[in-house]
Every structure is written in C-alpha cells, then in structure tokens.
Design a protein around this ligand. Structure first.
Ligand SMILES: [Zn+2]
Length: 378
C-alpha cells in the first residue's frame, strides 16, 4: 500500500487559501456588517451582557475571541436552566454560518488557489483532518455535485470526478446520507484491523453545512446530514419532523465530542488514521494550549513508523524583518510539535515551510532563507 499521508488543517489554511478573506478567531466581529442587522440582536446583546463588549459599535473594538464566546456560552447552557440561552446559541450559530458563507462567496474561484492545488495533489489514500468550520475545501472536493446526486437524486457528471476520494468517502461511510446508499448494506461486521486503504475528509469541529436531529428518541438522532442550502434555511428531520439543528462545536469542550455520534465517529476514524500515518503534514494549525483533545489526537501517531512531519505556517519563522540574516526558526512554535512526535526540532524528519506554495515546491525555510547554519549550531 502507498504511504499513508495525514494532513491536519487549521484556520491558517483557510486564511491562506482565501488570501486573508477568511477570519481568524479574533477577527470574526471586525468589519462584520451582520452585527448591524436586527437579526443578530440577541447574540450582540449577550456579548454586551457577558463580556461588556459592544460588537455593534463602530469604534475600534477590543479583540474578542469567538471560540471563547462559544465555550462560555456552552458552559452557561450546561450549568443553567435558562431557556433564553438556547435562543442565544441558535442565533450565534446562525451568525457564524452566515458570516462564513458570506465571506466565502467573495473568495474568487481559481484553479491555482491553495485548496484547488491541494486537492489536485491528494492521493486516494490521503486523509485530511480539518479544524475549520468553513466549506471552502468541501466545495473544492465536490460537495455540491455529490450532495445533489444523493440528496436530490439529480445526476451530475461532475460527481464522477470525485468518486472514491476524500469527501465522497466521508459522505458514503460516515454521514447520515450513508443510510440512503447501497453502502449501508453488508456492513456492520466487526473489523479485526483498521485497513486505512481509503482516504477521508474529517471535520473535527463540525461544519457550517451540517444538520442533525436533536430529538434523543428519534431513530435519526445519531446521523448528521450535510445540506446544500447553507444560509439560514430550516430543515426538518425526515423521521420525526422536528426542526434540525446545525452542528458546530467549540474547540475546547472536549466532552462534547462524545455527545454527537458522528463527531465521535470522526474522532475515532482520525485516531485510527493517525496511528497508521507514515507522513504527517500540519498546515496552519497552531495547537492552542487549551486544545488537549487535538494534542491527544496528534499523539496517536506511531513514532517509530513516522517518516516525516511537515509544518506549513509562517509562524515557523522568527524575525520577519527585511534583514534576511535575522530570520531563524521559531523554536517556541516548533517545539510544541516536535515534542509530541518525540523528534528533536533539528531532526531531518521535521520539515518547515513558510507557506503552502513553498511546500508544493519543496522549498523549506532553510533553503529559502539560508538559515541552515543557525539551526545546526543549536
Ligand atoms: Zn428526528
């Protein structure tokens, strides 16, 4: 079998692909016109109450982290009986959805975008794990033709182009749509061994286009359905006719991973894939210190099997001044990863790239900035 390559993507990948249109966790509210609309009064009022920050104010806004708001809100919901908080959450999720889909619609579709080149280079056995909620990569991977084929029974010749690839395998083996396909038959036999002979697209924190049924006693409550209509559309569960909810998770509330069947399945699949990885590529993911579960996931890698770990991130470099000689490896950033994979940060197995284009052209930061010497002295 070909080498198993596992790609781990964070916000930096979507930011790079969209040429900085995609927001990072701290810029979600900045210059976001949605905060001015009546529709999102509830979440704006909640942020004002809880954090004393007026996101509707046109004045310079203090930095506010969207993941922090999300996490605090989930904790409030868990620890209080106040039904208003559920309305806040629903308003908030819709706000995230609309913000991301609006921004995505302004990203020009080009053949040489990062995600387009990335998808083109993927082998069938490569697995992609992403911590992003947006659907820019999903769209690149055939989201629309595949969903049209299965949800609308409308055949789209483009669907064939994506057959047996990452998004297609996610739909056919992991999502609720699986139940509508022939694939659901003849499965269910316990596996003796994780084969890893196919590649998956695994969205670790949910997605702006995912809906699920929150009714515990509904037969369909363990399923998650990606939907074609992303913006504010309501979907009704076909089993119990209850309104379906969006599935987005805040990154740090680890126990929530076990609450949703699909998310749990995705994390299990990710851990299995990580165990058999020969090559790991981490792109634009900076492993925040609170993200214990993601660190756990990376630690599932089999250190004696790993042939290489590549980091693609401008943060691998320190000293961004014009002076070329000032540039060195950012050891604080790099060590977070080298420790996990039990590699010295100067090990030849670790490769550092400033951006995705350099990765494609195999230009490491040592080649690019001539910092080999600095590195060997350490
Ligand atoms: Zn239902």
């Amino acid at each position: 079998m070909a080498d198993k390559r596992v790609f781990v993507l964070g916000a930096g990948a979507s930011i790079s692909h969209s040429k900085n249109i995609s927001p990072n966790i701290e810029s979600f509210f900045i210059k976001n016109d949605l905060t001015k609309t009546k529709k999102y009064q509830i979440i704006c009022a909640h942020i004002k109450d809880t954090f004393d920050i007026d996101i509707q104010s046109s004045k310079r806004m203090p930095k506010i982290n969207i993941e922090k708001i999300f996490t605090q809100l989930e904790l409030d919901i868990e620890n209080s009986q106040n039904p208003d908080l559920l309305a806040v959450k629903s308003n908030f999720l819709q706000f995230i959805q609309e913000t991301l889909t609006n921004l995505e619609s302004t990203v020009p579709l080009t053949n040489n975008s990062d995600y387009s080149l990335f998808y083109e280079k993927l082998e069938k056995t490569d697995t992609v794990m992403t911590f992003n909620w947006d659907i820019m990569l999903d769209d690149e991977m055939g989201r629309k033709p595949i969903l049209e084929h299965y949800l609308l029974q409308r055949s789209n010749p483009k669907q064939e182009l994506h057959k047996d690839k990452q998004y297609y395998n996610f739909i056919l083996y992991l999502s609720g749509i699986r139940g509508m396909t022939w694939n659901a038959f003849g499965q269910g036999k316990p596996l003796l061994k994780w084969r890893g002979d196919q590649g998956y697209y695994l969205k670790m924190h949910g997605s702006v286009d995912w809906k699920y049924c929150d009714n515990d006693i509904c037969k369909s409550s363990t399923n998650v359905f990606p939907v074609l209509e992303v913006n504010g559309e309501h979907h009704i569960c076909s089993e119990c006719y209850e309104e379906m909810k969006p599935l987005l998770l805040p990154p740090v509330l680890n126990k929530q991973y076990r609450r949703y069947s699909l998310i749990r399945k995705i994390w299990n699949a990710a851990a299995r894939e990580m165990e058999i990885a020969d090559e790991i590529v981490i792109w634009g993911y900076s492993l925040p210190p609170t993200d214990f579960y993601s660190e756990w996931l990376l630690r599932q890698a089999n250190k004696s099997k790993i042939k290489s770990v590549s980091l693609i991130d401008p943060k691998v470099l320190k000293g961004l001044s014009r002076e070329k000689s000032n540039r060195t490896i950012n050891t604080t950033f790099v060590r977070k990863f080298s420790d996990i994979f039990q590699l010295d940060f100067w090990s030849p197995k670790l490769k550092y790239y400033e951006n995705f284009e350099d990765y494609l052209n195999n230009i490491t930061i040592e080649d690019k900035w001539g910092i080999q010497d600095t590195r060997s002295k350490r």
